[in-house]
Design a protein around this ligand. Structure first.
Ligand code: COA
Length: 456
């Protein structure tokens, strides 16, 4: 086959894989609620209309989209224009009675930008008084005046709007039961709305490069994407990052350098995870299609903080056989793996394990018992789109654990091309004679596989 044919085949294969993945996520999440907290600078970016188009597309295809616009920078600029200087206490703006009308004007102006963006894509949107608030009162001797906190989110009203296929927009204003307006942090509104509405996801959309390797001290083994950005983190890892930078993560809710947006967002994500939001996605709006990629592919471009069991290794089920043959086929063609068919795999089904991410299989491996307390680790394969993310290593570790539990004293592998990798995992070269007799008798000398083994 010519190179160009190979290229076309793999290119088409990738598109089909992507479409398959998108369908998987569409069927999984359609009908569920997603909250988008979107920073004001996003609305000034050339990428804003495209972001709005993507959100409109989601609303039109059955996703329940809720928008919480951040308005801080616009409020600052409006207040500045009218010569009003804001003070801050414990990270919150002190909103005086004089400032409040301007804050309301700025908040609704920003909310209106989102409504206008959605109108361009013919999606109905409703800016509403969905937040009941109460004042922050006097904090550390400072009267916070019109600065408030979320008391309650009107889930019934928001639910009715969502049922109509429209998008509710929650500006950073809340009202007391007596009708007094308060300026409420959009982070707090996003957090409260996500929990009250039972959102499956909270997206935090901004215009910065986010948590990147090199810029922050990150835990080892954390998954870094091609763009250098952390792909995903458990709440535990997020906590470790915050603690390593500031000493104690629990004391950090409003602390830290005020300008450090990525860390502020990580804190918000951690709080949302702790409040039960399964997935929080931190996204840079400037990356084309960032929201769709994050939603419809498990290799999105942002950072995901996930509270559920996102990845897992589990025993093979019959329905997975087609998937692992799809993974192994190109490797069998290249002679990296020996040929197996569905019957052979079915016969030894219990030996296999798969690495599943969000319901799709992306790596596999097997442990075969050859007697004499020795197990063979075989059929290790990782989806080419998921290599160098630790999947192969974790499958091997899982199989080693299984071997220990089964009472094996040694595991071995026969390899023609991957000996360096197994050596890196602690395996040592061993003579063919060290193999259990049954395996030795079937050893294909022409294939010249090297034997690498690990004593348990
Ligand atoms: C070998 C294989 C399983 C690794 O899968 P993986 O999920 O990418 O593995 P990990 O993420 O745990 O490890 C990746 C690391 O191993 C390195 N690596 C991958 N293949 C290697 C090889 N053949 N030799 C040496 N190092 C290798 C990568 O460069 C990467 O290094 P880094 O962490 O410094 O970036 C995968 O490349 C594969 O499917 N190979 C073809 C099948 C095969 O040979 N199977 C083994 C025979 S049973």
């Amino acid at each position: 086959m010519h190179d160009i044919d190979l290229y076309r085949r793999s290119d088409e294969g990738m598109s089909v894989a992507l479409i398959r993945e998108a369908f998987h996520y569409q069927s999984r999440f359609a009908g569920s609620t997603m909250v988008f907290k979107i920073d004001f600078p996003v609305t000034e970016d050339p990428a804003f209309p495209l972001l709005m188009r993507d959100l409109a597309l989601l609303a039109q295809t059955g996703f329940r989209v809720v928008i919480v616009p951040g308005a801080k920078e616009w409020i600052d600029s409006v207040l500045g224009e009218y010569g009003i200087v804001s003070g801050y206490a414990a990270g919150n703006r002190i909103t005086t009675a004089e400032a409040m009308p301007f804050v309301e004007m700025a908040a609704f102006h920003v909310a209106n930008r989102f409504m206008t963006g959605l109108s361009a894509d013919r999606v109905d949107a409703v800016i509403g008084n969905f937040v009941r608030a109460r004042g922050l009162g006097v904090s550390g001797g400072v009267d916070m005046a019109h600065s408030g906190q979320v008391d309650k989110i009107s889930i019934d009203s928001i639910g009715r709007i969502l049922n109509l296929g429209a998008v509710p927009i929650l500006p950073c204003i809340g009202w007391s039961p007596a009708g007094k307006p308060y300026n409420v942090s959009s982070d707090e509104i996003a957090l409260a709305a996500s929990t009250a509405l039972g959102a499956v996801k909270l997206f935090v959309v901004s215009v910065h490069e986010g948590l990147r390797k090199g810029a922050y001290s990150l835990p080892e083994n954390i998954s870094i994407g091609e763009n250098g950005r952390v792909i995903r983190m458990t709440p535990h890892e997020a906590e470790a990052v915050l603690a390593s930078l500031h000493g104690d993560a629990s004391a950090l809710v409003n602390a830290g350098k005020p300008g450090d947006k990525p860390l502020a967002e990580l804190r918000l994500a951690l709080r949302a995870s702790c409040a039960g939001i399964e997935r929080v996605h931190l996204i840079d709006a400037r990356e084309p299609g960032a929201v769709l990629r994050e939603l419809f592919s498990n290799l999105g471009s942002g950072t995901m903080i996930y509270a559920d069991e996102y990845e897992s290794i589990r025993p093979l089920k019959t329905k997975d056989i087609a998937d692992i043959l799809r993974l192994m086929e190109p490797l069998m063609q290249q002679g990296l793996l020996i040929r197996r068919n569905a019957e052979v795999i079915q016969e030894k089904k219990e030996d296999y394990a798969v690495f599943e991410i969000d319901g799709s299989v992306h790596a596999c491996g097997a442990l075969h018992d050859w007697g004499e307390s020795q197990g063979e680790i075989a059929a290790i394969a990782t989806d080419p789109a998921y290599t160098a993310m630790g999947l192969g290593r974790r499958i091997v570790r899982y199989l080693i654990d299984r071997a220990v539990k089964q009472g094996f004293r040694r595991v071995f592998v026969l390899t023609t091309h991957t000996h360096d990798w197994f050596e890196f995992l602690g395996f040592k070269e061993a003579p063919v004679e060290s193999l259990p007799e049954r395996k030795r008798n079937g050893y294909n000398r022409e294939r010249k596989s090297m034997v690498f083994a690990l004593d348990l």
